[in-house]
Structure formats: C-alpha cells, structure tokens
Design a binder for this molecule. Structure first.
Ligand SMILES: *Cc1c(COP(=O)(O)O)cnc(C)c1O
Length: 225
C-alpha cells in the first residue's frame, strides 16, 4: 500500500475509535496498537510515517527482527502472542514496552526469575480466556483475580498493569459481548490496574463499548482483508 492508503486506513480507524469511545465517556481514552504480524518492516515504516507509534507482534523472533530493522524509529513495541519458556531470554532481549499475554502463573514465575537475574522490570497484562475457548490461551475468569494477586505478590520484576482478552470467535455478537463483559468485570475489580486490552479488527467497537481502553488492530489497518 502507498503512504496515502495507509493514511486513509489509519484515519478511518481513528474516527471509528473516536465515535465508540465518546459513547462511553468524553474522558474514556483508547489506545490503538497496530498489530504488524502480517506485515513487513517497510509496511510498519509507512504506517509510522503517517502517525502510528505503537505496534504489536505475536512471535518473539519477528519482534526482534522488526525492532532491529526499525531501530532508528521511536516505536513502542507490544508482545501479544503466547510466550514459550524457551523464548524468554529472547523476549527479554527485545525488551517490549508491554507484554500483553502472560497466560499462566508458571510462565510469570519463570519470566520473573530471568528478569531478576538481570535486574530488570517488565510491564505486563494477564491474558484471560473469557470466551472459554480451548484454542485460546489465558487464565479462566474464575481463577483470574487469584492468579493476578499471586503474580503481584510473587513476581516482583513483573508490573501487572491490567488484563487482555481476545473476543469470542463467533458471529453472534451477544456471545462476543459477554466475553468482553467478563474481562471488563475482572479489570474493574483490580486495584491499580490501568489497561483493559480488548478488541481486534472485527470487534473493536463492541469491545470499547464494554470498557476496553486498548485495541489491537491488524488486518483492517494493514489492509489484509
Ligand atoms: C492477530 C492479533 C490481533 C489483530 O487481529 P486482527 O483481527 O487482524 O485485527 C490482535 N490481538 C492478538 C492477540 C492477535 O494475535
């Protein structure tokens, strides 16, 4: 795509997010993360040139590669994929500004151990499987508050900032909405949490109406559909 096409896509997205967020409240601010997992470093550069700063990747290797390709740009990187334990060292090297996908206490504790050894701190979100889908990773809602608390008390090098969810995979809006509501309810019960990351290309408006303040948008922004 050309710079102009990217500009049009981004502006359309910003307008839709704007409309959805003011319906919640004038004070409800929503951050857009551009999910670049389907896209090249050149695509990212073009989207950056029209104003986008925060990008998300779901594979540690791709994150490292794109960070390296684009190291001269002031980008903010988010890790949004399932983290395998054998990739922890590489993820630490990538040093993302937010890990959105802590999906078990065990993973948090393993990451914490590696961070402690290097005297580092990372910001992260707890991923919640509020759609109860076996294909999705994340903590089941009924365990989320307890696990969140356990990570807070046992993992001193991980600063939990809130929660992340992927909406239910169905055309039935009521079911998708229910999954967002479950995650937002958990978010609202947390002390000191500031990020509720929900909503992707096909459901971000619904997610915002349910209280999301961070949307992760890939295909409609990079025009892959
Ligand atoms: C791919 C992905 C997205 C973006 O999905 P789109 O439907 O392309 O907007 C958001 N969040 C996660 C965790 C993803 O893996």
């Amino acid at each position: 795509m050309t710079q102009l096409q990217y500009s049009v896509c981004l502006n359309e997205l910003i307008q839709k997010v704007e409309q959805a967020r003011v319906m919640v409240s004038e004070h409800h601010i929503v951050k857009i993360i551009a999910v670049s997992k389907y896209s090249s470093s050149d695509d990212i550069k073009t989207l950056y040139s029209v104003g986008q700063r925060a990008f998300g990747e779901n594979k540690v290797q791709d994150l490292l590669q794109k960070e390296q390709d684009l190291e001269d740009l002031p980008l903010q990187w988010h890790f949004i994929g399932h983290l395998q334990k054998n990739k922890i060292n590489q993820l630490i090297k990538a040093n993302p500004s937010l890990i959105q996908s802590i999906d078990s206490l065990e993973l948090a504790q393993e990451l914490d151990k590696h961070l402690k050894a290097r005297d580092l701190n990372f910001d992260a979100l707890l991923q919640i499987n509020s759609a109860y889908e076996s294909t999705k990773s994340g903590i089941l809602p009924e365990h989320a508050l307890e696990i969140y608390e356990q990570i807070n008390t046992t993992c001193k090098c991980i600063n939990l900032k809130g929660v992340m969810s992927i909406g239910a995979h169905t055309e039935d809006k009521k079911i998708v909405q229910k999954s967002f509501e479950i995650t937002h309810k958990i978010y609202s019960q947390l002390d000191n949490a500031s990020i509720c990351s929900m909503g992707m290309s096909h459901d971000f408006e619904l997610a915002i109406s349910c209280g999301s303040n961070m949307v992760r948008i890939g295909s409609i922004l990079f025009n892959k559909i």
